[in-house]
Design a protein around this ligand. Structure first.
Ligand code: PLP
Length: 440
């Protein structure tokens, strides 16, 4: 079948995420290798968001493919009641990589399921019901995870699960409490959170969920004082701190896990995406020792047919081997600095760039119609005008795929990218920003 016929078949039968089905118009992709994806006509694009920020080791990695083949020859799947070598070994490898005593792993299929199970674990462990999550956050599309989500993707799913409360997290570029300084914004936000918790009843709160660095709401990097203070609030009030590393983990932010930037230890980590670099689905909820000790003699009444899928776990092992062997976490930190310097040049050059935030190979350009007032160009939920459709088209024309929405352009390539390839990406982004400049 050619691409036209395939697209016709696709649009006759396939339901896509998030959009009215009549608006879906996908490019038909044929193959992928390294940092590149190729359409049916052979046109090459840089996969500038590493799939959906998960293909961290790049496409078609031979080591992972061979490991997957070998595992399938042996055993692809058995029920989650059995122990297998891949499941035990991957859990041990994760325990080795995560901070402190976060040594106990429950495998899920993806990030949202990890969050669902962390909600349950925190509620059962504490005997409390409220779950706090920040505005400007995303935690997944299942019932609980979407209720935690602090952005417009939650709106159609309301009222959602009971007991979820949102709070303002620090956002240095758009501080909810009017500060222009990152640490001061952290301080003010923390004080308001303390007051909110005091009024809401600290003993009713099971957990606070946070992305260590906010992902799809614009790579918002909290200041250290907020994160230190957050850990303290949780300790003082017996509240579990759950850090959602679905996107931030696995080298994306220049360290194995995003929380390592802050030197604090969560009670639970949730993760997915880069755990297998998207070669197959896998997620995980990771407990610290005190949570494990509680569930040692209390049942954990959560279950999934595919928990600890042998093929997925074998893929995870091979994927971690690639991160280590090819020094991809170090590469993310080093080339992330280079990417950041190139993005700051674009910020200087283009009137429509309000801010460029970058941690590791994880970056966001935030668009504005006025650098001084920081007025949005597209607006939250495209409340002013939609520029991402036009932008995506220009990026495609210049051989680049980037995920963009509202005022955000995300740049998060596979961690194997070189500086020359970053330059290719920047050249295409430069073209896209000429268009957004023209929209002011
Ligand atoms: C921070 C965060 N949590 C959870 C999820 C949901 O993960 P999944 O789509 O694998 O269920 C995502 C997805 O982007 C995410 O970024």
């Amino acid at each position: 079948m050619n691409s036209k016929e395939l697209k016709k078949l696709d649009r006759q039968h396939v339901i896509y995420s998030w959009k009215a089905q009549g608006q879906v118009d996908p490019i038909v992709l044929d193959r992928a290798e390294g940092i590149y994806i190729y359409d049916m006509e052979g046109k090459r694009y840089i996969d500038g968001c590493a799939g959906l920020l998960n293909v961290n080791i790049g496409h078609k990695n031979r080591h992972v493919l061979e490991a997957m083949k070998a595992q399938m020859e042996k055993l692809s799947y058995v029920g989650p009641m059995f122990a297998t070598e891949p499941k035990a070994r991957l859990a041990a490898m994760i325990a080795e990589l995560t901070p402190a005593d976060l040594d106990y792993v429950f495998f899920t299929n993806a990030g949202a399921e990890a969050v669902e199970n962390a909600i349950k674990a925190a509620r059962w462990y504490t005997g409390r019901h409220k779950i706090y999550a920040r505005w400007r956050s995303y935690h997944g599309a299942t019932a609980g995870a979407i209720t935690l989500t602090g952005d417009p993707r939650r709106w159609p799913a309301e009222p959602g699960i009971p007991g979820v409360v949102h709070f303002f997290g620090p956002h240095p570029y758009r501080c909810p409490f009017g500060s222009q300084d990152s640490e001061e914004c952290g301080e003010k936000t923390l004080e308001v959170l303390k007051t909110q918790i005091m009024l809401d009843g600290p003993k009713t709160i099971a957990a606070i969920f946070m992305e260590p660095i906010v992902g799809t709401n614009g790579i918002i990097i909290p200041p250290q004082n907020f994160m230190t203070g957050l850990r303290q609030i949780c300790d003082e009030n017996g509240i579990m701190l759950v850090i959602d590393e679905t996107m931030a983990g696995w080298g994306r932010a220049g360290k194995w896990f995003g929380i390592e930037h802050y030197g604090i230890v969560p009670d639970i980590i949730t993760t997915a995406k880069g755990i297998t670099s998207g070669y197959i689905q896998l997620g995980a909820m990771i407990w610290s020792k005190k949570i494990w000790d509680y569930f040692y003699d209390h049942p954990f009444t959560g279950g999934l047919t595919y928990a600890g899928h042998a093929l997925a776990c074998a893929t995870g092992i091979a994927n971690i081997e690639v991160y280590k062997k090819d020094k991809l976490i170090e590469n993310s930190a080093k080339n992330g600095e280079y990417l950041n310097s190139r993005l700051q040049e674009l910020k200087e050059k283009h009137p429509s760039v309000g801010d460029a935030r970058c941690k590791g190979l994880w970056a966001c350009i935030e668009l504005t119609s006025d650098k001084k007032t920081r007025a949005p160009l597209a607006g939250f939920a495209d409340s002013v005008k939609n520029v991402s459709v036009g932008l995506t088209k220009i990026f495609y024309e210049h051989g680049l795929y980037l995920f963009s929405k509202w005022d955000y352009i995300f740049i998060s390539p596979p961690l194997i990218i070189t500086q020359e390839q970053i330059d290719d990406m920047i050249a295409a982004i430069d073209k896209g920003l000429e268009y957004t400049d023209s929209q002011i």
